[in-house]
Design a protein around this ligand. Structure first.
Ligand code: ATP
Length: 336
């Protein structure tokens, strides 16, 4: 890497391309929740936590018979309603077989917990990888990441599935060297039924679409808004609606109050800005669909663009601050 008058330039790596991601190491399976002990079939490393969220913890695990490396999400369920939520996650994952969408391998149901065994990916959260000192994020990298997220959304939408919880934590890297990503966490996903009007209320304020804040009907464009937020963050390192407190953040979302911060977007192309502008729109019907996004010039001719663009985005530095603040918030909340 060379520093040129304040602009950092990345050395082009051969993996900075848009080649298709590897599928799971097993063929797609239709999984039914089994009333058995997962420990009969899998060794789950409960001492090591890969991640955890509102509902449970994720650990590395190995299938005893085949030695296959997988991930086990242990979800605590306290009542029949919570169990129903996990059943929904299994049902949704059963419908999805795509290289950019994490695959389900097995599922177990106990009295107070459900264990989902799934494809394991080794690269950690996308944003964690990006903020690494040894990583040099260019706009072309952002295109490669966003294109894959968009491929995954396009596939889900073709299967009538709405993810509804697309956020940076739910985009994982396949490994620590390449640029392949997969979408995880179908805990809040829903099957879209064309005649059914779906209202939902959940999520983190900065990652909510206006229709969710308004408790209005959600649909395919809801996921597209979220893709807009992720793309904005990748390119600038800023969260477009985030303010100091949740109520200000929510009013920003409702007012669709966002803009391109000139400094953060300094090295971002017009095409990149246009891509975002077609997603962060209040009116659902005016947002680009996943199919339209995939045809957008920003996500095309990536190989050619890689030969000419190698300026490191400023977003990397700002994302470090964002992630530090996120960690601080999680630790603060865990302390109470
Ligand atoms: P949330 O509260 O964010 O909805 P959750 O309890 O539903 O979380 P997930 O989002 O599915 O759980 O996973 C939590 C974390 O565990 C992820 O952010 C990731 O770091 C890790 N993780 C999840 N699935 C996998 C996987 N298949 N392979 C490797 N790591 C994973």
């Amino acid at each position: 890497m060379v520093q040129l008058s304040g602009i950092c330039r990345a050395v082009l790596s051969p993996c900075r391309d848009d080649s298709p991601p590897q599928p799971a190491s097993f063929a797609h399976r239709f999984v039914a929740l089994r009333p058995a002990l997962p420990s009969t079939f899998f060794n789950i490393n409960t001492k090591e936590v890969l991640g955890g969220g509102r509902f449970g913890q994720v650990h590395r695990c190995t299938e005893k018979t085949s030695g296959l490396k997988l991930a086990a999400k242990i979800i605590k369920v306290r009542n029949p309603r919570e169990k129903e939520v996990v059943r929904n996650e299994v049902q949704v994952m059963n419908q999805l077989s795509h290289a950019n969408v994490i695959q389900l391998y097995d599922a177990f149901e106990g009295k107070n917990e459900v264990v989902l065994v799934m494809e394991y990916v080794d690269g950690g959260e996308l944003f964690e990888r990006i903020i690494d000192d040894n990583y040099h994020l260019t706009e072309v990298d952002a295109m490669v990441f966003v294109k894959q997220i968009c491929e995954g959304i396009h596939y889900m939408h073709q299967m009538y599935v709405l993810h509804l919880d697309l956020k940076p934590e739910n985009i994982l890297c396949v490994n620590r060297t390449g640029h392949q990503v997969k979408i995880i966490d179908f805990g809040l996903a829903r099957r879209h039924k064309p005649r059914e009007k779906l209202r939902v209320s959940f999520g983190i304020p900065e990652f909510l679409a206006p229709e969710i804040v308004n408790f209005d009907f959600v649909s395919f464009p809801t996921d597209m808004w979220l893709l807009g937020v992720i793309s904005y963050m990748l390119l600038s390192g800023l969260s477009p609606f985030l303010r100091d407190d949740d109520s200000q953040t929510l009013s920003n979302v409702l007012a669709v109050n966002w803009y391109f911060d000139e400094e953060a977007f300094e090295h971002v192309s017009e095409e990149g800005r246009d891509f975002i502008s077609n997603l962060l729109i209040k009116e659902k019907s005016e947002r680009h669909s996943a199919a339209q996004c995939l045809k957008h010039p920003w996500l095309n001719n990536i190989g050619q663009k890689a030969m000419h663009s190698n300026i490191c985005l400023k977003s990397q530095i700002l994302l470090r601050k964002y992630m530090a603040r996120r960690l601080w918030k999680v630790q603060y909340m865990c302390a109470f």
